[in-house]
Write a protein that binds this ligand. Structure first.
Ligand code: NDP
Length: 232
């Protein structure tokens, strides 16, 4: 049986590399991005892999569009639903200097959209063989690992995404669905910046290993790209 992954934010950064990685391993990829028109690298990849890679427009804060896409893909079995799309939030987000509207928008994208996606695609995931819902969280969203403070919007939105994951792991356990959060490393993307030590390709290759090794007992945890479990 073919293996299928749906990835949000697949046009650049870690999402694009995950798309490359999974298609290179023979997976079918349902690659979602806000604006396929300007997703040059993703479109080039899709031209080379017409059978394996399909591109769908998806703004993850648009719940109506999420429902529409779920209806279009109603007959699919989705082995991995990968909520990768994310933002770092407002430029200034230190104590006493935060734009609360921008914080709310950060929540909408990083914490609420993953649950919206899970609810819309749960049937397609449940009928697949692997049954995985993965959300790219962050070590910066770990309460235990927070020793530096700051980054209120990003940290709190990723901590909320982690809680959504933990809830999904509990609520969907009886359907055999595995829900995990992922820490991809500090990765050299537009978000991670030029100083980041991990290249997107390495992160994607390591996340591939993590995702394809998961079993139900691994659900409800924050997995680093290295294969380590990080504390919430
Ligand atoms: P990038 O900024 O390179 O890419 C972000 C992706 O998310 C883009 O494809 C972007 O699309 C998409 N996106 C943002 N907002 C929306 C939206 N509203 N609807 C649909 N797509 C959206 O970041 P990374 O690749 O580095 O990050 C990917 C994930 O990894 C994020 O969740 C991030 O928080 C997480 N992460 C990254 C780390 C790093 O060091 N890079 C560390 C820890 C976690 P568009 O091109 O249209 O803007």
């Amino acid at each position: 049986m073919g293996k299928t992954i749906l990835i949000t934010g697949a046009n650049r950064g870690i999402g694009l590399e995950l798309t490359r990685e999974f298609s290179a391993h023979g997976w079918r990829v349902l690659a979602c991005c806000r604006d396929p028109q300007v997703a040059g690298e993703l479109k080039n990849l899709a031209e080379r892999l017409p059978e394996a890679l399909r591109i769908f427009p998806l703004e993850v804060t648009d719940s109506a569009r999420i429902q529409e896409l779920s209806a279009v893909l109603a007959d699919e079995a989705i082995d991995i639903l990968l909520n990768n799309a994310g933002v770092s939030g407002p430029e200034r987000q230190d104590f006493g200097a935060i734009d609360t509207d921008a914080w709310l928008r950060t929540f909408r994208i990083n914490s609420i959209a993953p649950l919206d996606m899970a609810a819309a695609f749960v049937e397609q995931v449940a009928r697949s063989r692997r049954k995985i819902i993965a959300t790219v969280g962050s070590q910066l969203g770990s309460l235990t690992e927070n020793t530096e403070g700051g980054m209120y919007a990003y940290r709190s939105s990723k901590a909320a995404a982690h809680m959504v994951t933990k809830n999904l792991a509990i609520d969907l356990h009886d359907r055999g669905i595995i829900a995990v959060a992922l820490h991809p490393g500090w990765v050299r993307t537009r978000m991670g910046g030029p100083e980041a030590p991990v290249m997107p390709r390495q992160s994607a290759a390591e996340l591939f290993q993590v995702l394809t090794s998961l079993t139900l007992k691994d659900s409800g945890k924050l997995w680093a790209h290295t294969g380590q479990v990080l504390p919430w």
